[in-house]
Design a protein around this ligand. Structure first.
Ligand code: ATP
Length: 585
Protein backbone atom coordinates (compact mmCIF):
# COMPACT_ATOMS: atom_id res chain seq x y z
CA UNK A 1 0.00 0.00 0.00
CA UNK A 2 1.27 3.45 -0.86
CA UNK A 3 1.72 5.81 2.06
CA UNK A 4 -0.31 8.35 0.11
CA UNK A 5 -3.32 6.05 0.40
CA UNK A 6 -2.79 5.69 4.14
CA UNK A 7 -2.59 9.50 4.39
CA UNK A 8 -6.00 9.75 2.65
CA UNK A 9 -7.43 7.44 5.29
CA UNK A 10 -5.77 9.38 8.13
CA UNK A 11 -7.30 12.57 6.73
CA UNK A 12 -10.72 10.88 6.72
CA UNK A 13 -10.23 9.64 10.28
CA UNK A 14 -9.30 13.15 11.36
CA UNK A 15 -12.60 14.46 10.04
CA UNK A 16 -14.70 11.76 11.66
CA UNK A 17 -16.37 12.03 15.05
CA UNK A 18 -18.55 8.99 15.26
CA UNK A 19 -16.88 5.99 16.87
CA UNK A 20 -18.74 3.64 14.57
CA UNK A 21 -17.62 5.52 11.48
CA UNK A 22 -13.99 5.49 12.72
CA UNK A 23 -14.27 1.72 13.20
CA UNK A 24 -15.61 1.25 9.69
CA UNK A 25 -12.91 3.42 8.12
CA UNK A 26 -10.19 1.51 9.97
CA UNK A 27 -11.67 -1.81 8.87
CA UNK A 28 -11.72 -0.64 5.23
CA UNK A 29 -8.11 0.48 5.59
CA UNK A 30 -7.05 -2.89 7.06
CA UNK A 31 -8.88 -4.61 4.25
CA UNK A 32 -6.66 -2.96 1.66
CA UNK A 33 -3.32 -3.45 3.39
CA UNK A 34 -1.28 -6.64 3.78
CA UNK A 35 -0.57 -8.24 7.20
CA UNK A 36 2.71 -6.49 7.88
CA UNK A 37 1.32 -3.14 6.76
CA UNK A 38 -1.71 -3.59 9.01
CA UNK A 39 0.62 -3.91 12.00
CA UNK A 40 2.62 -0.87 10.90
CA UNK A 41 -0.58 1.14 10.40
CA UNK A 42 -1.76 0.24 13.91
CA UNK A 43 1.45 1.65 15.37
CA UNK A 44 1.78 4.70 13.09
CA UNK A 45 -1.84 5.75 13.53
CA UNK A 46 -1.15 5.99 17.26
CA UNK A 47 2.06 7.96 16.72
CA UNK A 48 4.44 5.08 17.44
CA UNK A 49 6.67 2.56 15.72
CA UNK A 50 5.73 -0.39 17.87
CA UNK A 51 3.40 -1.48 20.65
CA UNK A 52 2.95 0.84 23.60
CA UNK A 53 5.22 -1.23 25.89
CA UNK A 54 8.16 -1.06 23.48
CA UNK A 55 8.65 2.67 24.23
CA UNK A 56 8.81 3.63 20.55
CA UNK A 57 7.17 7.06 20.70
CA UNK A 58 9.08 9.65 18.69
CA UNK A 59 8.25 12.83 20.57
CA UNK A 60 10.62 14.90 18.45
CA UNK A 61 10.99 18.38 19.93
CA UNK A 62 9.22 21.16 18.04
CA UNK A 63 12.36 23.23 17.71
CA UNK A 64 14.07 20.33 15.92
CA UNK A 65 11.09 19.97 13.62
CA UNK A 66 11.46 23.64 12.69
CA UNK A 67 15.01 22.83 11.56
CA UNK A 68 13.77 19.74 9.66
CA UNK A 69 11.16 21.79 7.78
CA UNK A 70 13.71 24.51 7.01
CA UNK A 71 15.99 21.94 5.49
CA UNK A 72 13.29 19.99 3.64
CA UNK A 73 11.62 23.00 2.03
CA UNK A 74 14.44 25.56 1.88
CA UNK A 75 12.74 28.02 4.25
CA UNK A 76 14.12 30.33 6.92
CA UNK A 77 13.69 28.95 10.45
CA UNK A 78 12.50 32.41 11.53
CA UNK A 79 9.72 32.34 8.93
CA UNK A 80 8.67 28.86 9.97
CA UNK A 81 8.41 29.88 13.62
CA UNK A 82 6.28 32.88 12.64
CA UNK A 83 3.95 30.78 10.48
CA UNK A 84 3.74 28.20 13.25
CA UNK A 85 2.55 30.85 15.69
CA UNK A 86 -0.25 31.72 13.31
CA UNK A 87 -1.27 28.18 12.30
CA UNK A 88 -0.61 26.37 15.58
CA UNK A 89 0.41 23.15 13.82
CA UNK A 90 3.75 22.42 12.20
CA UNK A 91 2.16 19.68 10.09
CA UNK A 92 -0.11 22.23 8.40
CA UNK A 93 2.89 24.28 7.29
CA UNK A 94 4.02 21.54 4.91
CA UNK A 95 1.15 22.27 2.54
CA UNK A 96 2.24 25.90 2.48
CA UNK A 97 5.82 25.18 1.49
CA UNK A 98 5.67 22.08 -0.64
CA UNK A 99 4.87 22.77 -4.25
CA UNK A 100 6.78 20.06 -6.06
CA UNK A 101 5.41 17.01 -7.84
CA UNK A 102 6.74 13.76 -6.36
CA UNK A 103 7.83 11.20 -8.87
CA UNK A 104 7.91 7.95 -6.91
CA UNK A 105 5.36 7.52 -4.14
CA UNK A 106 6.73 5.60 -1.14
CA UNK A 107 4.95 2.60 0.36
CA UNK A 108 3.75 2.39 3.98
CA UNK A 109 6.56 -0.07 4.74
CA UNK A 110 9.22 2.15 3.19
CA UNK A 111 8.15 5.15 5.27
CA UNK A 112 7.89 2.97 8.38
CA UNK A 113 11.38 1.53 7.85
CA UNK A 114 12.89 4.96 7.30
CA UNK A 115 11.25 6.22 10.46
CA UNK A 116 12.67 3.19 12.29
CA UNK A 117 16.17 4.02 11.09
CA UNK A 118 15.75 7.63 12.19
CA UNK A 119 14.44 6.60 15.61
CA UNK A 120 17.39 4.29 16.17
CA UNK A 121 19.98 6.98 15.48
CA UNK A 122 22.05 7.53 18.59
CA UNK A 123 25.45 8.72 19.79
CA UNK A 124 27.57 11.67 18.63
CA UNK A 125 26.04 13.77 15.85
CA UNK A 126 22.81 11.80 15.94
CA UNK A 127 20.64 14.93 16.17
CA UNK A 128 22.06 16.27 12.90
CA UNK A 129 21.67 12.88 11.26
CA UNK A 130 18.04 12.67 12.40
CA UNK A 131 17.31 16.14 11.02
CA UNK A 132 18.90 15.35 7.66
CA UNK A 133 17.18 11.99 7.25
CA UNK A 134 13.77 13.25 8.28
CA UNK A 135 14.11 16.27 5.96
CA UNK A 136 14.99 13.98 3.09
CA UNK A 137 12.04 11.68 3.89
CA UNK A 138 9.63 14.63 3.99
CA UNK A 139 10.81 16.15 0.76
CA UNK A 140 10.19 12.85 -1.02
CA UNK A 141 6.56 12.71 0.14
CA UNK A 142 3.60 14.60 -1.26
CA UNK A 143 2.31 17.23 1.10
CA UNK A 144 -0.55 15.40 2.82
CA UNK A 145 1.69 12.41 3.59
CA UNK A 146 4.44 14.71 4.85
CA UNK A 147 1.94 16.51 7.09
CA UNK A 148 1.06 13.23 8.81
CA UNK A 149 4.70 12.17 9.13
CA UNK A 150 5.38 15.52 10.84
CA UNK A 151 2.50 14.92 13.28
CA UNK A 152 3.55 11.31 13.95
CA UNK A 153 7.13 12.25 14.75
CA UNK A 154 6.03 15.16 16.96
CA UNK A 155 3.67 12.84 18.86
CA UNK A 156 0.80 15.11 17.75
CA UNK A 157 -1.28 12.80 15.62
CA UNK A 158 -4.49 12.98 17.61
CA UNK A 159 -6.95 10.69 15.96
CA UNK A 160 -8.68 10.10 19.29
CA UNK A 161 -8.69 6.32 19.34
CA UNK A 162 -6.78 3.69 21.25
CA UNK A 163 -6.03 -0.01 20.86
CA UNK A 164 -9.65 -0.71 21.78
CA UNK A 165 -10.96 0.86 18.55
CA UNK A 166 -8.46 -1.22 16.61
CA UNK A 167 -9.95 -4.34 18.22
CA UNK A 168 -13.43 -3.20 17.13
CA UNK A 169 -12.13 -2.60 13.62
CA UNK A 170 -10.67 -6.12 13.47
CA UNK A 171 -14.06 -7.57 14.33
CA UNK A 172 -15.54 -5.38 11.60
CA UNK A 173 -12.92 -6.58 9.18
CA UNK A 174 -13.74 -10.27 9.64
CA UNK A 175 -17.48 -10.10 10.41
CA UNK A 176 -18.75 -6.75 9.20
CA UNK A 177 -19.93 -5.94 12.73
CA UNK A 178 -18.74 -5.98 16.36
CA UNK A 179 -19.78 -9.56 17.06
CA UNK A 180 -16.20 -10.87 17.08
CA UNK A 181 -14.87 -8.11 19.30
CA UNK A 182 -14.82 -10.31 22.40
CA UNK A 183 -12.72 -13.03 20.73
CA UNK A 184 -10.25 -10.43 19.48
CA UNK A 185 -10.10 -8.72 22.86
CA UNK A 186 -9.46 -12.01 24.65
CA UNK A 187 -6.39 -12.50 22.48
CA UNK A 188 -5.27 -8.92 23.07
CA UNK A 189 -5.63 -9.40 26.83
CA UNK A 190 -3.18 -12.31 26.65
CA UNK A 191 -0.79 -10.51 24.32
CA UNK A 192 -1.31 -6.77 24.60
CA UNK A 193 0.11 -5.79 21.22
CA UNK A 194 -2.64 -4.53 18.91
CA UNK A 195 -0.33 -4.48 15.88
CA UNK A 196 0.60 -8.11 16.36
CA UNK A 197 -3.03 -9.17 16.91
CA UNK A 198 -4.07 -7.23 13.81
CA UNK A 199 -1.42 -8.92 11.69
CA UNK A 200 -2.51 -12.39 12.89
CA UNK A 201 -6.18 -11.64 12.15
CA UNK A 202 -5.32 -10.23 8.73
CA UNK A 203 -3.09 -13.15 7.75
CA UNK A 204 -4.82 -16.10 9.42
CA UNK A 205 -8.28 -14.94 10.38
CA UNK A 206 -9.78 -15.55 13.82
CA UNK A 207 -8.46 -19.14 13.81
CA UNK A 208 -4.99 -17.66 13.99
CA UNK A 209 -5.86 -16.27 17.42
CA UNK A 210 -6.77 -19.69 18.84
CA UNK A 211 -3.13 -20.74 19.11
CA UNK A 212 -2.03 -17.46 20.60
CA UNK A 213 -0.50 -17.74 24.04
CA UNK A 214 1.41 -15.80 26.66
CA UNK A 215 4.83 -14.66 25.55
CA UNK A 216 7.73 -13.66 27.77
CA UNK A 217 8.41 -9.95 27.22
CA UNK A 218 4.91 -9.09 25.97
CA UNK A 219 2.57 -7.82 28.69
CA UNK A 220 -0.57 -9.66 29.75
CA UNK A 221 -3.38 -7.25 30.59
CA UNK A 222 -3.59 -7.28 34.39
CA UNK A 223 -6.67 -8.79 36.05
CA UNK A 224 -8.76 -6.16 37.88
CA UNK A 225 -11.09 -6.13 40.85
CA UNK A 226 -14.84 -5.77 41.14
CA UNK A 227 -16.46 -4.22 44.19
CA UNK A 228 -19.09 -5.72 46.48
CA UNK A 229 -20.69 -4.27 49.60
CA UNK A 230 -20.26 -6.72 52.48
CA UNK A 231 -18.32 -9.85 53.37
CA UNK A 232 -21.59 -11.83 53.26
CA UNK A 233 -22.28 -10.68 49.70
CA UNK A 234 -18.72 -11.54 48.77
CA UNK A 235 -18.93 -15.10 50.06
CA UNK A 236 -22.38 -15.65 48.53
CA UNK A 237 -21.25 -14.40 45.14
CA UNK A 238 -17.73 -15.82 45.02
CA UNK A 239 -17.97 -19.08 46.95
CA UNK A 240 -21.60 -20.21 46.73
CA UNK A 241 -21.92 -23.58 48.47
CA UNK A 242 -25.12 -24.52 46.66
CA UNK A 243 -23.26 -24.35 43.35
CA UNK A 244 -21.34 -27.49 44.23
CA UNK A 245 -22.34 -31.06 44.98
CA UNK A 246 -22.63 -31.88 48.72
CA UNK A 247 -19.14 -32.25 49.95
CA UNK A 248 -17.70 -35.68 49.65
CA UNK A 249 -14.09 -34.97 48.99
CA UNK A 250 -11.70 -32.18 49.78
CA UNK A 251 -11.60 -30.96 46.18
CA UNK A 252 -15.28 -30.10 46.17
CA UNK A 253 -14.95 -28.23 49.45
CA UNK A 254 -12.05 -26.25 48.05
CA UNK A 255 -14.21 -25.03 45.18
CA UNK A 256 -16.40 -23.13 47.62
CA UNK A 257 -13.54 -21.12 49.09
CA UNK A 258 -11.93 -17.77 48.55
CA UNK A 259 -8.38 -16.66 49.17
CA UNK A 260 -8.08 -13.34 50.98
CA UNK A 261 -4.96 -11.24 50.67
CA UNK A 262 -3.85 -7.89 52.10
CA UNK A 263 -4.33 -5.03 49.63
CA UNK A 264 -0.99 -3.24 49.49
CA UNK A 265 -1.14 0.37 48.38
CA UNK A 266 1.98 0.47 46.24
CA UNK A 267 2.40 0.10 42.54
CA UNK A 268 1.32 -2.85 40.43
CA UNK A 269 4.16 -4.50 38.54
CA UNK A 270 4.13 -7.42 36.14
CA UNK A 271 7.56 -9.01 36.06
CA UNK A 272 8.82 -11.00 33.06
CA UNK A 273 11.96 -12.81 34.16
CA UNK A 274 13.95 -15.01 31.80
CA UNK A 275 17.45 -16.14 30.92
CA UNK A 276 17.94 -13.34 28.37
CA UNK A 277 16.31 -10.37 30.02
CA UNK A 278 14.03 -9.04 32.73
CA UNK A 279 11.19 -6.75 31.77
CA UNK A 280 8.87 -5.02 34.25
CA UNK A 281 5.53 -3.55 33.18
CA UNK A 282 3.36 -1.06 35.03
CA UNK A 283 -0.40 -1.22 35.07
CA UNK A 284 -0.53 0.80 31.86
CA UNK A 285 2.07 -1.35 30.16
CA UNK A 286 5.08 0.90 30.40
CA UNK A 287 8.38 -0.95 30.58
CA UNK A 288 10.08 0.31 33.75
CA UNK A 289 12.78 -2.31 34.49
CA UNK A 290 15.46 0.41 34.40
CA UNK A 291 13.76 2.16 37.33
CA UNK A 292 13.94 -0.88 39.58
CA UNK A 293 17.53 -2.22 39.51
CA UNK A 294 17.11 -3.55 43.08
CA UNK A 295 14.13 -5.70 42.03
CA UNK A 296 15.96 -6.93 38.94
CA UNK A 297 18.98 -7.96 41.07
CA UNK A 298 16.76 -9.64 43.70
CA UNK A 299 14.92 -11.65 41.03
CA UNK A 300 18.18 -13.22 39.89
CA UNK A 301 19.00 -14.25 43.46
CA UNK A 302 15.64 -15.16 44.94
CA UNK A 303 13.56 -16.87 42.23
CA UNK A 304 13.55 -20.61 41.86
CA UNK A 305 12.68 -20.69 38.16
CA UNK A 306 14.28 -20.29 34.75
CA UNK A 307 11.53 -18.10 33.37
CA UNK A 308 8.37 -16.68 34.91
CA UNK A 309 5.76 -13.95 34.60
CA UNK A 310 4.74 -12.71 38.02
CA UNK A 311 1.96 -10.36 39.06
CA UNK A 312 2.30 -8.35 42.25
CA UNK A 313 2.49 -5.05 44.05
CA UNK A 314 5.75 -3.27 44.92
CA UNK A 315 5.65 -1.17 48.04
CA UNK A 316 8.30 1.03 49.65
CA UNK A 317 9.28 0.58 53.28
CA UNK A 318 11.24 2.52 55.83
CA UNK A 319 14.52 0.63 56.28
CA UNK A 320 14.75 1.81 59.95
CA UNK A 321 11.29 0.80 61.14
CA UNK A 322 10.37 -1.70 58.39
CA UNK A 323 6.96 0.00 58.16
CA UNK A 324 5.36 0.28 54.73
CA UNK A 325 5.33 3.73 53.17
CA UNK A 326 2.31 5.51 51.72
CA UNK A 327 1.74 5.33 47.96
CA UNK A 328 3.08 8.89 47.49
CA UNK A 329 6.50 7.69 48.71
CA UNK A 330 6.56 4.42 46.75
CA UNK A 331 5.72 6.26 43.54
CA UNK A 332 8.86 8.38 43.91
CA UNK A 333 10.66 5.26 42.71
CA UNK A 334 9.14 5.81 39.28
CA UNK A 335 11.84 8.08 37.95
CA UNK A 336 14.40 8.17 35.20
CA UNK A 337 17.20 9.92 37.10
CA UNK A 338 19.00 9.21 40.40
CA UNK A 339 17.56 5.73 40.26
CA UNK A 340 20.34 4.17 42.35
CA UNK A 341 20.21 6.72 45.19
CA UNK A 342 16.42 6.63 45.40
CA UNK A 343 16.41 2.84 45.52
CA UNK A 344 18.55 3.06 48.69
CA UNK A 345 16.38 5.78 50.21
CA UNK A 346 13.13 3.98 49.43
CA UNK A 347 13.82 0.23 49.29
CA UNK A 348 10.98 -1.93 48.00
CA UNK A 349 9.38 -5.23 48.75
CA UNK A 350 7.54 -6.92 45.90
CA UNK A 351 4.50 -8.84 47.15
CA UNK A 352 3.84 -11.41 44.51
CA UNK A 353 0.26 -12.65 44.31
CA UNK A 354 0.11 -14.52 41.02
CA UNK A 355 2.10 -16.46 38.46
CA UNK A 356 1.03 -16.43 34.81
CA UNK A 357 3.85 -18.27 33.09
CA UNK A 358 6.45 -20.76 34.30
CA UNK A 359 9.45 -22.26 32.49
CA UNK A 360 7.98 -21.85 29.01
CA UNK A 361 4.34 -22.70 29.80
CA UNK A 362 1.28 -20.50 30.29
CA UNK A 363 -0.43 -20.98 33.67
CA UNK A 364 -3.33 -18.61 32.98
CA UNK A 365 -5.96 -21.33 32.78
CA UNK A 366 -4.93 -23.27 35.90
CA UNK A 367 -7.05 -22.67 39.01
CA UNK A 368 -5.69 -20.17 41.48
CA UNK A 369 -5.03 -22.83 44.10
CA UNK A 370 -2.59 -24.54 41.70
CA UNK A 371 -0.94 -21.31 40.70
CA UNK A 372 -0.53 -20.47 44.37
CA UNK A 373 1.13 -23.84 45.07
CA UNK A 374 3.56 -23.18 42.25
CA UNK A 375 4.26 -19.70 43.60
CA UNK A 376 5.16 -21.22 46.96
CA UNK A 377 7.83 -23.29 45.20
CA UNK A 378 9.13 -20.41 43.12
CA UNK A 379 9.42 -18.00 46.07
CA UNK A 380 11.33 -19.49 49.03
CA UNK A 381 10.25 -18.32 52.50
CA UNK A 382 13.73 -16.92 53.14
CA UNK A 383 13.32 -14.26 50.40
CA UNK A 384 13.98 -10.67 51.45
CA UNK A 385 12.60 -8.70 48.47
CA UNK A 386 10.47 -10.90 46.20
CA UNK A 387 7.90 -12.02 48.75
CA UNK A 388 4.96 -14.36 48.59
CA UNK A 389 1.80 -12.39 49.39
CA UNK A 390 0.28 -13.57 52.68
CA UNK A 391 -3.23 -15.01 52.43
CA UNK A 392 -5.91 -16.98 54.20
CA UNK A 393 -8.35 -19.36 52.53
CA UNK A 394 -11.89 -19.33 53.89
CA UNK A 395 -15.60 -19.52 53.16
CA UNK A 396 -16.63 -17.73 56.34
CA UNK A 397 -17.78 -14.08 56.08
CA UNK A 398 -16.86 -13.45 59.72
CA UNK A 399 -13.31 -14.71 59.27
CA UNK A 400 -13.05 -12.57 56.14
CA UNK A 401 -14.24 -9.51 58.09
CA UNK A 402 -11.68 -10.09 60.87
CA UNK A 403 -8.84 -10.49 58.37
CA UNK A 404 -9.93 -7.29 56.61
CA UNK A 405 -10.00 -5.39 59.92
CA UNK A 406 -6.55 -6.70 60.83
CA UNK A 407 -5.15 -5.32 57.58
CA UNK A 408 -6.77 -1.92 58.14
CA UNK A 409 -5.31 -1.90 61.69
CA UNK A 410 -1.87 -2.52 60.15
CA UNK A 411 -2.32 0.58 58.01
CA UNK A 412 -3.06 -1.29 54.75
CA UNK A 413 -5.84 -0.41 52.31
CA UNK A 414 -8.05 -3.43 52.84
CA UNK A 415 -8.13 -6.85 51.22
CA UNK A 416 -8.47 -8.47 47.81
CA UNK A 417 -10.62 -11.58 47.70
CA UNK A 418 -9.95 -14.16 44.99
CA UNK A 419 -11.89 -17.18 43.81
CA UNK A 420 -9.78 -20.13 44.82
CA UNK A 421 -10.76 -22.26 41.84
CA UNK A 422 -10.72 -19.63 39.08
CA UNK A 423 -8.27 -19.13 36.22
CA UNK A 424 -6.42 -15.81 35.86
CA UNK A 425 -8.65 -13.43 33.94
CA UNK A 426 -6.44 -11.05 31.93
CA UNK A 427 -7.80 -7.54 31.53
CA UNK A 428 -11.12 -8.35 33.15
CA UNK A 429 -12.87 -6.65 36.02
CA UNK A 430 -14.88 -9.75 36.87
CA UNK A 431 -16.05 -11.29 40.12
CA UNK A 432 -12.95 -13.49 40.23
CA UNK A 433 -11.21 -10.75 42.20
CA UNK A 434 -13.08 -8.40 44.51
CA UNK A 435 -11.57 -5.57 46.52
CA UNK A 436 -12.87 -4.54 49.90
CA UNK A 437 -11.57 -1.30 51.30
CA UNK A 438 -14.10 -0.12 53.86
CA UNK A 439 -17.14 -2.21 54.50
CA UNK A 440 -20.52 -0.84 53.48
CA UNK A 441 -22.65 0.14 56.45
CA UNK A 442 -19.68 0.64 58.73
CA UNK A 443 -19.17 4.31 57.97
CA UNK A 444 -22.80 5.20 57.35
CA UNK A 445 -23.45 6.17 53.74
CA UNK A 446 -20.40 7.16 51.79
CA UNK A 447 -18.58 5.51 48.97
CA UNK A 448 -16.88 2.16 49.24
CA UNK A 449 -14.09 3.33 46.98
CA UNK A 450 -12.40 6.32 45.43
CA UNK A 451 -12.75 7.11 41.72
CA UNK A 452 -10.03 7.60 39.15
CA UNK A 453 -11.20 10.46 36.95
CA UNK A 454 -9.78 12.10 33.85
CA UNK A 455 -9.01 15.85 33.89
CA UNK A 456 -10.88 17.21 30.84
CA UNK A 457 -10.18 20.92 31.21
CA UNK A 458 -9.75 23.76 33.66
CA UNK A 459 -11.08 27.21 34.53
CA UNK A 460 -8.93 30.30 35.17
CA UNK A 461 -8.75 31.26 38.79
CA UNK A 462 -10.02 34.44 40.39
CA UNK A 463 -8.74 36.16 43.51
CA UNK A 464 -5.97 34.24 45.21
CA UNK A 465 -6.11 31.45 42.67
CA UNK A 466 -5.42 33.85 39.81
CA UNK A 467 -1.78 33.45 40.84
CA UNK A 468 -1.97 29.71 40.17
CA UNK A 469 -3.70 30.27 36.82
CA UNK A 470 -6.33 27.68 37.71
CA UNK A 471 -9.37 27.94 39.95
CA UNK A 472 -11.28 24.76 39.16
CA UNK A 473 -11.06 21.74 36.89
CA UNK A 474 -13.50 19.46 35.15
CA UNK A 475 -13.22 15.71 35.58
CA UNK A 476 -14.92 12.82 33.89
CA UNK A 477 -15.45 9.09 33.73
CA UNK A 478 -14.82 6.81 30.78
CA UNK A 479 -17.56 5.31 28.67
CA UNK A 480 -16.00 3.09 26.02
CA UNK A 481 -13.71 5.49 24.19
CA UNK A 482 -15.60 8.59 25.34
CA UNK A 483 -15.32 10.78 28.42
CA UNK A 484 -18.38 12.06 30.27
CA UNK A 485 -18.23 14.70 32.99
CA UNK A 486 -18.91 13.90 36.66
CA UNK A 487 -17.60 16.88 38.57
CA UNK A 488 -16.24 20.41 38.49
CA UNK A 489 -13.78 20.59 41.35
CA UNK A 490 -12.92 23.98 42.76
CA UNK A 491 -12.14 23.35 46.41
CA UNK A 492 -10.26 21.00 48.65
CA UNK A 493 -6.82 21.35 47.08
CA UNK A 494 -3.78 22.67 48.90
CA UNK A 495 -1.82 25.50 47.26
CA UNK A 496 0.80 22.97 46.21
CA UNK A 497 -1.81 20.73 44.65
CA UNK A 498 -3.20 23.67 42.63
CA UNK A 499 0.29 24.48 41.38
CA UNK A 500 0.92 20.86 40.53
CA UNK A 501 -2.42 20.60 38.72
CA UNK A 502 -1.62 23.68 36.63
CA UNK A 503 1.84 22.35 35.83
CA UNK A 504 0.43 19.05 34.64
CA UNK A 505 -2.39 20.67 32.65
CA UNK A 506 0.08 22.88 30.83
CA UNK A 507 1.52 19.95 28.89
CA UNK A 508 -1.91 18.78 27.70
CA UNK A 509 -3.69 21.99 26.66
CA UNK A 510 -5.82 21.99 23.53
CA UNK A 511 -7.56 24.70 21.56
CA UNK A 512 -10.65 22.64 20.79
CA UNK A 513 -12.70 20.14 22.76
CA UNK A 514 -11.51 16.62 21.87
CA UNK A 515 -14.03 14.70 19.79
CA UNK A 516 -14.47 12.01 22.38
CA UNK A 517 -15.62 14.41 25.14
CA UNK A 518 -19.28 14.96 25.97
CA UNK A 519 -19.71 18.14 27.98
CA UNK A 520 -22.74 20.34 28.68
CA UNK A 521 -22.22 23.86 27.24
CA UNK A 522 -22.67 25.43 30.68
CA UNK A 523 -19.66 23.54 31.93
CA UNK A 524 -17.26 24.33 29.09
CA UNK A 525 -13.89 25.05 30.70
CA UNK A 526 -11.63 27.96 29.75
CA UNK A 527 -8.94 25.53 28.62
CA UNK A 528 -9.44 21.97 27.35
CA UNK A 529 -6.98 19.26 28.29
CA UNK A 530 -6.08 16.10 26.42
CA UNK A 531 -7.28 13.00 28.26
CA UNK A 532 -3.93 12.29 29.92
CA UNK A 533 -4.11 13.27 33.57
CA UNK A 534 -5.81 10.77 35.87
CA UNK A 535 -6.67 11.88 39.40
CA UNK A 536 -7.93 9.82 42.29
CA UNK A 537 -10.97 11.52 43.79
CA UNK A 538 -12.69 10.80 47.08
CA UNK A 539 -16.27 11.97 47.47
CA UNK A 540 -18.96 11.80 50.13
CA UNK A 541 -21.39 10.25 47.73
CA UNK A 542 -22.72 10.10 44.20
CA UNK A 543 -25.97 11.78 43.16
CA UNK A 544 -27.97 11.79 39.92
CA UNK A 545 -27.20 14.87 37.83
CA UNK A 546 -29.04 16.63 35.02
CA UNK A 547 -25.95 18.67 34.07
CA UNK A 548 -23.13 16.18 34.00
CA UNK A 549 -23.10 14.02 30.91
CA UNK A 550 -22.37 10.87 32.95
CA UNK A 551 -25.76 11.66 34.56
CA UNK A 552 -24.10 11.26 37.94
CA UNK A 553 -22.20 13.81 40.00
CA UNK A 554 -19.80 13.60 42.92
CA UNK A 555 -20.73 15.33 46.19
CA UNK A 556 -17.89 17.06 48.03
CA UNK A 557 -15.13 15.73 45.81
CA UNK A 558 -11.54 15.87 47.07
CA UNK A 559 -8.30 15.24 45.22
CA UNK A 560 -6.39 12.36 46.78
CA UNK A 561 -3.52 11.99 44.33
CA UNK A 562 -2.39 11.89 40.74
CA UNK A 563 -2.60 8.38 39.32
CA UNK A 564 0.49 8.36 37.14
CA UNK A 565 0.23 4.60 36.90
CA UNK A 566 -3.03 4.80 34.93
CA UNK A 567 -3.83 6.19 31.52
CA UNK A 568 -7.17 7.77 30.67
CA UNK A 569 -8.61 4.55 29.31
CA UNK A 570 -8.04 2.91 32.69
CA UNK A 571 -10.03 5.57 34.52
CA UNK A 572 -13.25 4.63 36.35
CA UNK A 573 -15.88 3.65 33.83
CA UNK A 574 -19.49 4.74 33.71
CA UNK A 575 -20.49 1.18 34.64
CA UNK A 576 -18.29 1.32 37.74
CA UNK A 577 -19.70 4.72 38.65
CA UNK A 578 -23.23 3.28 38.49
CA UNK A 579 -22.12 0.33 40.59
CA UNK A 580 -20.64 2.64 43.24
CA UNK A 581 -23.87 4.66 43.17
CA UNK A 582 -25.87 1.49 43.81
CA UNK A 583 -23.51 0.23 46.50
CA UNK A 584 -24.00 3.38 48.58
CA UNK A 585 -27.79 3.07 48.62
P1 ATP B 1 -7.31 1.05 43.55
O1 ATP B 1 -7.63 2.38 42.96
O2 ATP B 1 -8.27 0.58 44.56
O3 ATP B 1 -5.89 0.86 43.91
P2 ATP B 1 -7.24 0.17 40.95
O4 ATP B 1 -8.31 0.97 40.31
O5 ATP B 1 -5.83 0.57 40.72
O6 ATP B 1 -7.56 0.02 42.46
P3 ATP B 1 -8.37 -2.31 41.06
O7 ATP B 1 -8.40 -3.38 40.06
O8 ATP B 1 -9.64 -1.65 41.34
O9 ATP B 1 -7.34 -1.30 40.51
O10 ATP B 1 -7.71 -2.84 42.42
C1 ATP B 1 -6.71 -3.77 42.33
C2 ATP B 1 -5.37 -3.16 42.62
O11 ATP B 1 -4.99 -3.43 43.96
C3 ATP B 1 -4.35 -3.89 41.80
O12 ATP B 1 -4.19 -3.23 40.56
C4 ATP B 1 -3.11 -3.83 42.63
O13 ATP B 1 -2.37 -2.70 42.26
C5 ATP B 1 -3.59 -3.63 44.05
N1 ATP B 1 -3.31 -4.77 44.94
C6 ATP B 1 -2.72 -4.68 46.14
N2 ATP B 1 -2.62 -5.87 46.75
C7 ATP B 1 -3.18 -6.78 45.92
C8 ATP B 1 -3.40 -8.18 45.98
N3 ATP B 1 -3.04 -8.91 47.03
N4 ATP B 1 -3.99 -8.77 44.93
C9 ATP B 1 -4.39 -8.05 43.84
N5 ATP B 1 -4.22 -6.71 43.73
C10 ATP B 1 -3.62 -6.07 44.76
Amino acid sequence: MKFKRLADYLAKLEQTNSRLAITEILAALFDQADGQEVAQICYLSQGRLGPRFANTEFNLAEKLMVRVLAKAYGQEEKEIRKAYQQKGDLGDLVQLYDQQEKSKPLSVSQVYQQLEIIAQEGGGGSVERKINQLASLLSGLESQSAKFVVRITLGKLRLGFSDLTILDALSWLVAGNKSKREVVEEAYNIRADAGYIAQVVKEKGLQGLEKLTVSLGVPVMPALCQRLGTTEEIITKMAPRQAFAPSSGRGVQEEAMVAVEPKYDGTRLQIHFGPQQTVIFTRNLENVAAMFPDLVAALGKELKAKSVILDGEAIGYDPQTSRFLPFQETIKRKRKYEVGATSKEIPLKYFCFDILFYNGQSWLKKPFRQRRRLLEQVLPKSNQTIMLSPQIVTADPERLRCYHDEQIAKGLEGVVIKKWSAPYEPGRRGFTWVKLKSEKGKKGAGLTDTLDCVVMGYYHGRGKRAAFGIGAFLVGARHGQEFLTVSKIGTGLTDNQWREMKRRCRGTELIKMPRNYQVDKNLFPDVWCEPKIVVEIEADNITRSPIHTAQYALRFPRLIRFRDDKDAFQATSLAELKKLYELQK
